[in-house]
Design a binder for this molecule. Sequence first.
Ligand code: SF4
Length: 350
Amino acid sequence: MAVATREAMLYEKMSHSRTRCNVCQWRCVINPDKMGVCRMRQNKNGIIYTLNYAQASSVAVDPIEKKPLFHFHPGTLVFSLGGWGCNFHCQGCQNWQISCVDMAQPEAGSRTISPEQAIEMAKQNHCQGIAWTYNEPTMWFEYTLDSAELAKKNDLYTVYVTNGYATPEALDALGPYLDAWRVDVKGFSDELYRRVAKISHWRGILEVARRARHKWNMHVEVVTNIIPTLNDDDQQLEGIARWIKNELGELTPWHITRFHPQYQMMDLPPTPISTIEHAYEIGQKAGLKFIYAGNIPGHHSESTVCYSCGKTAVERFGYQARVAGLDGSKCKFCGAELNFRPSGNARRSS
Ligand code: SF4
């Protein structure tokens, strides 16, 4: 694979040819000839280069519901692109084959897709938007920024499926061109983030999500993968649910998904459905209006039911969605605000 090298954005030059990368909250200080924690950015003679511009690991046409995004252009197809690498090292990573790589020794299977080609492919495949997903999108930040700008010029919506560890500066660069911030909040304790993701200072994730919502008016949905013994205690679940309600608003969707053993977490069992039901109740008690159980096809929470009149606004089964009762962002039957971003009005509908 050809390594796609170009000068990075958002870095500072320091003494003795050292550099500091400000794309994610690691804010790595990188010595000459060394790489950042993500192994995607390298200091060469005092300049940081990204090694993976436009290098895709995965390409698919997905229902938007698969991200999961339930209140954002329901029923549409999204052109989904994954790159390489990650700034987290999660023991239960679902996509470790593409996340745990080193661009100095790149894997086979990479494909160069320029921003122009990505937009063209999205249109050819009848997609209404484009998502950077499967691995952490800030890993190819410059590429997603160029692509998002071009996507907006072509009337496509834009989505980040992210661990949320971008810096405020990175978010602000993306802000004018990014419509949705689908963020993981993995738990609500230092211990959890240290153990699961090897991150010490995780609270910046919450601040950046708030900023995405309030400064940039992005559509935000939160996912918590509930892992037995790690983040299934009431204290953490209540902490997440209350934070969503207080900081993002009661109409923000919270996806509570079932964990399945994988990668370095094969010793844990799948999440019992009773645990997901309990988390659901915790979300309801906290005042959240839209809580969705994930990885349980056919679960009663899959569809969106209006909290005001009790009628179904969007009917779902798995990744299939049928809009049954929406009028813009509101319930068609009673007019209650349901926080939907409908097609053709991505930034201004809520
Ligand atoms: S993007 Fe990579 S190099 Fe930059 S701060 Fe994050 S982990 Fe470090």
